[in-house]
Design a protein around this ligand. Structure first.
Ligand SMILES: Nc1ncnc2c1ncn2[C@@H]1O[C@H](COP(=O)(O)OP(=O)(O)O)[C@@H](O)[C@H]1O
Ligand SMILES: [Mg+2]
Length: 260
């Protein structure tokens, strides 16, 4: 029934993504390596399918950690010119996802996640990034963990142009394998870091905010400022481990700028 075609995912050695045919339809086969990612992605589809922002989930096979998704006939937004219209649509979509999560969420404000990420990634950053920077990020992360957390939603948790499909008008959100509860504002940390290195980045952030439809509260803005440094360190380590040299350089620059 399933005819598997070419591998179209990223060469990062994690989930495998293939173009495929299923019952006469163009589909995507996504095979997770880790069960928890399959569970998270499935949970994302259960929570958000009704928004119309995701591809249709055609079939789920938890035993094989496989999902079959309708193939959206457009390319990844990252491979296209980054426009204000794209970012406005992405902001509006994120707001819909954040507003769609059932409330109250389980007793998890994302603090446990941040705590475990900190303990996993700070030791890995040692020797890779300047000692002074690692110590600064550790101090910032400890301050965050000791303070209040901004309002919590179900986060996408990997919300950048890599995980949007865009046809010039309509945006489809994919790759829910990281979704988890946490502060809404945390969903824009990675994207904001990426855009901070781009000439028209500030314009795109403004368009995104317009689409999202509300300003961050002072508490959220402060949280974002601090968490961006932690996110840049985390991604620098991830890029290094996955052989992405330019990604590592980019995040090192972001980190230096944020900590200067
Ligand atoms: N439903 C879909 N329709 C069209 N292309 C898709 C679809 N799902 C994934 N892709 C393509 O496959 C790539 C990898 O899929 P993704 O779910 O983001 O996996 P990964 O976890 O490896 O990033 C995407 O960037 C996109 O180009
Ligand atoms: Mg992806």
């Amino acid at each position: 029934m399933l005819e598997i075609g070419e591998h179209i995912g990223w060469a990062h050695g994690e989930s495998q993504v293939y173009a495929a045919r299923w019952a006469g339809h163009d589909v995507i086969l996504k095979r997770h390596r880790e069960r928890r990612k399959h569970v998270r992605e499935r949970h994302g589809y259960e929570t958000w399918s009704h928004t119309g922002l995701l591809p249709d989930l055609v079939h789920d096979d938890p035993g094989r950690l496989e999902m079959i998704l309708a193939r959206v006939p457009t390319s990844c937004a990252l491979q296209q010119p980054q426009t204000e219209a794209m970012y406005r649509a992405a902001g509006a979509a994120l707001r819909q996802l954040h507003d769609a999560a059932p409330r109250p969420l389980p007793f998890d404000d994302g603090r446990g996640d941040l705590h475990s990420l900190m303990h996993r990634y700070l030791p890995r950053a040692q020797g890779l990034l300047p000692d002074r920077q690692v110590r600064q990020v550790e101090a910032l992360a400890r301050t965050l963990l000791a303070g209040p957390f901004p309002p919590t939603v179900l986060r996408h948790a990997d919300y950048t142009a890599r995980n949007w499909l865009w046809d010039g008008k309509r945006l489809t959100v994919i790759d829910l394998e990281m979704c988890r509860p946490g502060p809404a504002v945390l969903d824009v940390a990675k994207m904001t870091n990426d855009l901070s290195q781009q000439e028209n980045g500030a314009t795109l952030v403004a368009a995104f905010r317009q689409g999202y439809g509300r300003d961050w509260t002072p508490e959220e803005a402060q949280f974002l400022g601090t968490v961006r440094a932690f996110d840049a360190l985390l991604l620098a380590v991830w890029c290094d481990r996955h052989g992405d040299e330019s990604g590592f350089e980019k995040m090192s620059e972001v980190l230096s700028r944020l900590l200067s």
